[in-house]
Write a protein that binds this ligand. Sequence first.
Ligand code: G3P
Length: 218
Amino acid sequence: MKFFIDTANLQQIEEAQALGVLDGVTTNPSLMAKEGITGRDNILKHYVDICNIVEGDVSAEVIATDFEGMIREGEELAELHEQIVVKVPMIKDGVKAIKYFTDKGIRTNCTLVFSVGQALLAAKAGATYVSPFIGRLDDISTDGLNLIAEIRQVYDNYNFATEILAASVRHTMHVIDCAKIGADVMTGPLSSITGLLKHPLTDIGLEKFLEDYKKGNS
Ligand code: G3P
């Protein structure tokens, strides 16, 4: 299972990278705005900065919603760095754009996916990743994890190469449940990764080991 961090915050990306378990980064226009990154040139530079921190894939989202605009932006993004994956929304022109990028050898992440049918279309178009937003489904009392399980079943039925990237992950249980279901990737905040470290018995056990070592070595 790949771990991506879902942020445009360079410090958090550095911290996750330093832990040694990071496989990539996802961003979106909201996450860029949250970090105060505005203006096309600054945004493009920020993507390159992120690529220079991590070794894995970095999703960079197009803003255009028409086919020609998405192609123009996506090609510009893909040329920025070999780690860039072009993130395209699940709309009609987005599906066409994913197919175009696939034929050109440009990798894509189909975003804003909320149903199995949408995931099927993304796979048919050749998306590298499909991003079902599980947290946002949970927010409206719909089981986000069930969507991951259903997409897993459909993709396995036909051996689709598209990787299931569980997105809008909010906490450690999302990560663990996605791993049980067999999501290929999860993207979440830093806390959803570092939270996996925690167990009170680990802390208590370590304290006891150190105490006993001191007793025998002082
Ligand atoms: O990866 C998608 C993500 O950025 C959305 O997360 O928490 O805003 O639903 P959230």
